[in-house]
Design a protein around this ligand. Structure first.
Ligand code: GLY
Length: 352
């Protein structure tokens, strides 16, 4: 088992290893004494893992119960949050109790937000069951629901008390979900780690899943510790995301977050005029079964990007690669976005 310690205002450990999910109770007892534990998850994950987590918590002395909502990004909304809060209040959970966020990015974000606001904030832990959640959303304390105007527009910073990433669970994922998480790992490679990037260009990358998760979480740790509230260097984690969110939106969310980010990173390298970086990102995307291009016009994508919450008035921060392993933030006028999309997309097209 590997441990990555996150030294934020409320510090915690991320444990990465085989078989951690069915040991959740024993691991949790190391950080929180037995209490009531609300396992918040979606219906798909509940079918797969709800019972195992509840049993493990009960055996370790927790009064565990499950709070299940329908699966899918369209349920990451106020009404789901409200139902979860009402169900916590019915028990009632008190401030010494705990929420267990079990699942991918959606359960993690909604359950974390419920824990952030219930009784003005109670402790929670994350048990990510997707690769994307293991390497990104379960770490760093961002919690949220979506609004009509955009994704993650209402939320809170609330750090978990523990993150348990079970490599056996991740390895059992269907290929599409592994690819989705691979996009965020490629991102960490482009940001700071050429060796990690190179691993993602090999067909056998899933063989070293534990090492890859630990490496990714350590890179995120460094940026989150330096800028917990996302006012500076943490924004580097948005590499590919302004372009990627626009792609997701134009596809009416038929393209996944990872697919959007994968193409978005190649466009970012193209917009920066970095031909070799763009080529390398396309190679990594191809190796991980991620898409290489998208059928939308630059103007359509730029319009979709305008509702991005990363926008600050008339400006938006883009993350632009300089090399594999180095990127910088650049503030541009939103009126320059169509041109950035045009430059980026024409370089991608030229390399395909
Ligand atoms: N997912 C980007 C961040 O946590 O800042």
């Amino acid at each position: 088992m590997q441990t990555v310690h996150i030294g934020t205002s409320h510090p915690y450990d991320v444990l990465i290893g085989e078989g951690l999910l069915p040991q959740a109770g024993v691991q949790l007892r190391e950080v929180v004494a037995p209490c009531q534990a609300a396992i918040v998850t979606d219906a798909t994950v509940d079918t797969l893992y709800g019972e195992a987590v509840e049993r493990s918590l009960r055996e370790a002395g927790y009064a565990a119960f499950r709070c299940v909502f329908p699966a899918g990004e369209r349920h990451k909304r106020w009404n789901t949050l409200g139902e979860i809060l009402e169900s916590l209040a019915r028990r009632p959970l008190t401030r010494s109790d705990i929420v267990v966020a079990l699942g991918g990015g959606v359960p993690g974000d909604v359950a974390g937000f419920a824990a952030a606001v219930y009784a003005r904030g109670i402790r929670f832990i994350q048990i990510p069951t997707t690769l994307l959640a293991a390497v990104d959303s379960s770490v760093g304390g961002k919690t949220a629901v979506d609004l009509e105007a955009g994704k993650n527009l209402a939320g809170a910073f609330h750090q978990p008390a523990l993150v348990l990433s079970d490599c056996a669970v991740i390895r059992a994922l269907p290929p599409a979900l592994l690819s989705d998480g691979a996009a965020e790992i490629i991102k960490y490679g482009v940001l700071t780690d050429p060796e990690l990037f190179e691993w993602m260009c090999r067909p056998d990358w899933t063989q070293r899943i534990g090492e890859i998760i630990a490496r990714s979480v350590s890179i995120k740790r460094d940026l989150v510790e330096a800028d917990e509230y996302d006012n500076g260097v943490r924004q580097l984690l948005n590499l590919g995301h302004t372009f990627g969110h626009a792609i997701e939106k134009c596809s009416d969310f038929t393209l996944s977050h990872g697919q959007g980010v994968a193409v978005g990173m190649a466009i970012a390298a193209g917009a920066a005029g970095q031909r070799e970086v763009c080529r390398a990102i396309l190679d990594a995307n191809r190796n991980c079964n991620l898409p290489l291009s998208i059928p939308y016009a630059p103007e359509q994508l730029a319009a979709a990007a305008l509702s991005d919450k990363k926008r600050k008035g008339d400006r938006i921060n883009l993350v632009l690669p300089d090399a594999i392993g180095h990127c910088h933030l650049e503030s541009i006028e939103v009126t320059e976005l169509p041109d950035a999309f045009r430059r980026g997309m024409s370089m991608v097209e030229a390399l395909l």
